[in-house]
Design a protein around this ligand. Sequence first.
Ligand SMILES: Cc1ncc(COP(=O)(O)O)c(C=O)c1O
Length: 421
Amino acid sequence: MKDLFDKIYKDKGPLGKWAEQAEGYFVFPKLEGPISNRMKFRGKDVITWSVNDYLGLANHPEVRKVDAEAAAEWGSAYPMGARMMSGHTTLHEQLQNELAAFVNKEAAYLLNFGYQGMVSTVDALVSKDDIIVYDVDAHACIIDGVRLHMGKRFTYKHNDIDSIEKNLQRATKLAEQTGGGILLISEGVFGMRGEQGRLKEICALKDKYNFRLFVDDAHGFGTLGKTGAGAGEEQGIQDKIDVYFATFAKSMASTGAFIAADKEIIDYLKYNLRSQMFAKSLQMQLVIGALKRLDMLRTMPELREKLWENVDALQNGLKKRGFDIGTTQSCVTPVYLKGSIPEAMALVKDLRENHGIFCSIVVYPVIPKGLILLRLIPTASHTLQDVEETHDAFSSIRERLENGTYKRLSAGVQASMEASS
Ligand SMILES: Cc1ncc(COP(=O)(O)O)c(C=O)c1O
């Protein structure tokens, strides 16, 4: 009989197998210093384009003060236990009410982590006779929620309305046999490529098909819409989103998340979200910190204006220089280049070591083979000087990519990767 660990010794998994070449530099890098537009990487100053602190709240003095005072008053334990048992407080309720009002829904419920909360919400919304229809490029937390589903699920081509409609037709036929309903899940903003989910067109399909819409708006909340209420507000269909989700991990620069919907739906979910019913309540310091951040989202539109000034400057400048930034409709700024994985590694090293630019790198299998995606997240704490330096750096690396410099520099890496794959 095999030892359970045999497979682990042999195969570290699709990402783990590159650990030797990548760990500490391309994956699990250590960014040091206060979270801001410029941090330290391996002792060197870098402009950070890989932190989702959209509104620059992470290190805002007012936020830091409230966080510190809340930690001093409450510590990190209070309240103990799950919300249902002993972890419920008036401030949890207040935050829920304020979040619901902000995103224009009747009610909201807090989640300890967005990821677990999404998994549980998908799980709680469907039973085995129901059918889930979701985007093939959905975030891992949606996929994991769908994995728990005991009934049928259909993926549609990424953000493709024809494919959505075809799958709604298939789902409708099946639901008529099973006696179930249909849950359609989209993201408000797709975090890799930056496109907004086609929520307006999806909602228009509600006239023809009977389904409920669940939107993960992790990247849209706080960044999109007239008041920052997200992709639904931006597209004018917030009222047609049946269940809205956002995390505190991005524009709120914290930990935690929430769902918002009609009161009756939230009342149901709060008694049926397993990851919340059987896990400790969100700590008070995070609740108080979230109330402060939400207040700033509401009352300081200048944060969002500064964010968008930087987004526009970054994206327009890249486009002007002929870079392919795909079809982004959000702050997420992808730059697509052609090259192999070893070339991408040499290029990113050049960006970090010689130009002081730190951004994330995405390669196959997340995107097609032969493409390199450099992902930049502009924030309100960046400056136009940061943007200009980054434009110049990108022009330089493109030149070196095209003249074969990175191919030459990465010849050794290429050989070792071929040997280990
Ligand atoms: C689209 C999306 N959904 C959900 C999550 C998970 O949220 P959290 O970090 O709060 O677990 C993330 C990542 O933060 C995300 O990008």
